[in-house]
Ligand binder design. Structure first.
Ligand SMILES: Cc1cc2nc3c(=O)[nH]c(=O)nc-3n(C[C@H](O)[C@H](O)[C@H](O)COP(=O)(O)O)c2cc1C
Length: 148
């Protein structure tokens, strides 16, 4: 399998921690994964990325963080054919908001609309749950890896 790109967008850093946990879980299981900030990744190259994991928190009132939004905007402007892309998705949010984990739902729908195939269920961390980010991310990563 090619290297899995673990792309994260964050407002206050939690999604970067989750990206590191997911990549470490993949690497420990013998896969190859690298963590890349969405802000530093050219979304128009996704068509040749093979397999990616997209991770984003939700901010404002259901909005994409400032480091996720430009990635989505570039994607929607270029509208690449993503029929060769497989992706898994993980969101960070807080269920006390009506817009719980809206950003990962929006981004996943955009990728699917461009032809990408989602693998596994979208993982979610709920800040209101009190659960550890790492525990939730590692359990999700271990479960989705076999399907990637
Ligand atoms: C000002 C503010 C607005 C937020 N808005 C939402 C929201 O609309 N929906 C949601 O699910 N979570 C919301 N959250 C919760 C964050 O997504 C959550 O704390 C997450 O762990 C932050 O991850 P990050 O550090 O990667 O940005 C909000 C948090 C803050 C501080």
């Amino acid at each position: 399998m090619d290297t899995i790109k673990v792309l994260y967008g964050t407002e206050s850093g939690n999604a970067e921690l989750v990206a590191d946990d997911i990549a470490e879980t993949f690497n420990a299981a013998g896969a190859k994964a690298e963590v890349i900030a969405m802000a530093l990744y050219d979304a128009t190259e996704l068509y040749e990325a093979g397999t990616v994991v997209v991770i984003t928190s939700t901010y404002g009132e259901g909005e994409l963080p400032d480091t996720t939004a430009p990635f989505q905007e570039a994607l929607l402007a270029a509208r690449p054919d993503l029929s060769g892309l497989r992706f898994a998705a993980f969101g960070l949010g807080d269920s006390t908001y009506d817009t719980y984990n809206n950003a990962i739902a929006v981004l996943s729908a955009d990728l699917r609309a461009l032809g990408a195939q989602q693998v596994g269920e979208t993982g979610r961390h709920d800040a209101a749950s009190g659960e550890s980010l790492t525990d939730v991310a590692v359990a999700w990563a271990a479960g989705v890896l076999g399907a990637l």
